[in-house]
Design a protein around this ligand. Structure first.
Ligand SMILES: O=C(O)CC1=CCC(=O)O1
Length: 247
């Protein structure tokens, strides 16, 4: 699988991978990249079916999405990296922490859905809607979940969602419909920073807070007055937390 990625920062610095949310591309990390690139070789990538990555026909699985990231490390000839992921990218991070522990130093997982398979119908219906009508059918509702009304700079994210290939978006919804990462949480050995947003209706804090006791040694931060895409709306809060955790 050929994943699109953008590298920033010194080539000899420790590597940090950035995994995006459903329907967005690596450009969503713009508020983080320059800050992280002062210390790290930052590799912001597009999941399969998203941005400039290949768009195979779905359905995809979480094994596909996680396996793509391991393959990306191989392509980059990087033995070990740290990983920051939000939303779908956070679920992929939970998979990597459980299935490829030897390839990662540390994880920062923001608003990660840990058991979206709990409500498979919601995801398969959304997949069918997007295949039939395109991503424009879900853009307004998505932005309504991702940002509080007072956050106005949503246009770049709207553009990303509209540009996302319908098949890629739908196939990732199908991946979520079969994903349950709860059983393996206690096997995670890497240091994990969990971040949840107080007003996140996509991945509510009630589903993230318990992970902090189920993942050994995990550290939890709850961001007040913020919704799902907290990296984009609150970089002044998130960036220092990421730098402190990634070391
Ligand atoms: O609200 C959304 O569409 C974003 C999302 C991706 C995974 C998830 O659980 O929510």
């Amino acid at each position: 699988m050929r994943l699109n990625y953008v590298e920033t920062g010194p080539a000899d610095a420790p590597v940090v991978l950035l995994g995006s949310s459903l329907g967005a591309d690596q450009g969503m990390w713009a508020p983080q990249v320059d800050v992280l690139a002062k210390r790290f070789r930052v590799v912001a990538f597009d999941h399969r079916g998203h941005g400039g990555s290949e768009v195979p026909d779905g359905p995809y699985t979480i094994d596909d999405l996680g396996g793509d990231v391991v393959e990306l490390l191989d392509t980059l000839e990087v033995e070990q990296a740290s990983y920051v992921g939000i939303s779908l990218g956070g679920a992929v991070g939970l998979w990597l922490a459980q299935n490829a522990p030897d390839r990662f130093h540390r994880f920062a997982l923001l608003c990660p859905p840990s058991n979206p398979a709990e409500n498979p119908q919601m995801w398969t219906e959304r997949a069918a809607q997007v295949r039939a009508e395109g991503t424009q059918a879900i853009v307004d509702a998505t932005l309504g979940r991702w940002f509080l009304p007072e956050f106005k700079d949503t246009e770049p994210v709207r553009r990303m969602l509209l540009d996302c290939p319908a098949e890629g978006y739908a196939a990732c919804c199908e991946a979520l419909s079969t994903t349950n990462l709860l059983p393996g949480l206690s096997t995670i050995t890497a240091p994990v920073l969990l971040i949840t947003a107080e007003s996140d209706t996509s991945v509510p804090p009630e589903t993230v807070v318990p992970l902090a006791t189920q993942i050994p040694g995990a550290h939890l931060e709850i961001i007040e007055n913020a919704a799902h895409l907290v990296t984009y709306s609150h970089p002044e809060v998130i960036n220092p937390l990421l730098l402190a955790h990634l070391g």
